[in-house]
Design a binder for this molecule. Structure first.
Ligand code: NAD
Ligand code: TDX
Length: 332
């Protein structure tokens, strides 16, 4: 049994991880989360008080971070500004949280010699052509496109430097696009599901040919636990579940699963600098650490996610109008 500190544990993937840890281990969890627009304490509802506690605070608050590291056996760092579209509109919070926040945690890890796992994204590698037979590996050079992905790339490089220069005991994982419960409705899949629930047509950026490599958030969680338990210090592991689909196919699948005509969506203004394709080769994680995803079938996972949004309208409804007003102002 260990005391885990989970930054960003009231966000989408972090809260899925906390639910996963409670279900599959006997670890205790302290969540450090600033509850920005993207954090929601309701995402931790139903978890046992004697195993999970939420500290509302900022990862750039060095004294608070220091105090929490003192009581942690390991830290799993999810907290970030995570949305590309927001980073195109106002990049500053991305620098503060993703760069300065990660730096603050690394300094605390160095002082306390705490094991740290840094959560990152495949977007640090830039994008691939649609017909490129290659996928991203741990050797792919960094080539981020957006303010979001460049700050994530910067945070990864800080982690690598703190491992090499100061002996910080850290690992990094770069995962592909997640889907599942508790995802903010600004993101592609929940935006379209909640649009259909509200009787609004889904919105596809540009032609919709862009490809994302989908993985269920629960599979991301099992991969992170595996790395925490068996990963080698200083190593990077790519996490993916062979889930490549283009956006048009995903919208059509959502419409079909929700009983709508599959052409009942609109094309809207494309994202500036829109990455074409992401694809992960997770051979290293599978062969060296023996990890395998459980959600083999995207369609089944997507149907369960649709059910979750139908059953949890009180969780997402308060954010819907403001989210859509943000997009409407940009013609999206
Ligand atoms: P999210 O936006 O849903 O959640 C982020 C959480 O971090 C929120 O709860 C927010 O309140 C908190 N937070 C933000 N700034 C903070 C700060 N300064 N101090 C403390 N807490 C703060 O994001 P997500 O989609 O769950 O992503 C989590 C992590 O996973 C991020 O590091 C992201 O880069 C990475 N990632 C996401 C995906 C994906 O598909 N969503 C894929 C790969 C990697
Ligand atoms: O309304 C939309 N219509 C649309 O076509 C939205 C919101 C998005 N899109 C497109 C853009 C992307 O090609 O769908 C795709 C997915 O978009 P997002 O959900 O915004 O995700 P993406 O930009 O791919 O980044 C996500 O995966 C990697 C996460 O938000 C990141 O945090 C993660 O690092």
């Amino acid at each position: 049994m260990a005391n885990l500190l989970v930054t960003g544990g009231a966000g989408f993937i972090g809260s899925n991880f906390v639910h996963h840890v409670v279900a599959h281990t006997d670890h205790h969890v302290t969540v450090l989360d600033a509850l920005t627009y993207a954090g929601n304490r309701a995402s931790l509802d139903g978890l046992p008080d004697d195993r999970v506690r939420l500290i509302v605070g900022n990862i750039t608050d060095a004294p608070l971070v220091d105090e929490l590291f003192a009581g942690a056996d390991a830290v799993i760092h999810y907290a970030a500004e995570s949305h590309n579209d927001n980073s195109l509109h106002n990049p500053r919070p991305f620098l503060d949280t993703n760069i300065v926040g990660t730096y603050t945690l690394l300094e605390a890890a160095r002082r306390h010699d705490t094991r740290l796992h840094h959560i990152s994204t495949d977007e640090v590698y830039g994008d691939l052509e649609l017909d490129d037979p290659e996928r991203f590996t741990e050797q792919t050079p960094y080539n981020p496109s957006s303010p979001y992905s460049s700050t994530k790339a910067g945070s990864d490089l800080l982690v690598r430097a703190w491992v090499r220069s100061f002996g910080v005991r850290a690992t990094i994982s770069n995962c592909s696009n997640n889907y599942g419960p508790y995802q903010h409705i600004e993101k592609f899949i929940p935006r379209q599901i909640t649009n259909v629930i509200r009787g609004v047509r889904p919105r596809l950026y540009g032609a919709g040919e862009n490809v994302r490599d989908w993985i269920h958030a629960d599979d991301h969680s099992s991969a992170v636990l595996t790395i925490l338990e068996r990963g080698e210090i200083g190593e990077t592991y790519l996490i993916g579940a062979d889930g490549e689909r283009n956006n048009k196919d995903v919208v059509e699948l959502i419409l079909s699963l929700m009983g709508q005509p599959t052409d009942a969506y609109d094309h809207v203004t494309d994202r500036a600098g829109h990455d074409l394709r992401y694809a992960i080769d997770s051979t290293k994680l599978r062969t060296e650490l023996g990890w395998l995803p459980s959600y083999g079938d995207f369609e089944t996972g997507l149907a369960a996610t649709i059910d979750w949004y139908r059953e949890n309208e009180e969780w997402w409804a308060p954010a819907k109008d403001a989210t859509e007003a943000f997009y409407a102002a940009k013609g999206q």
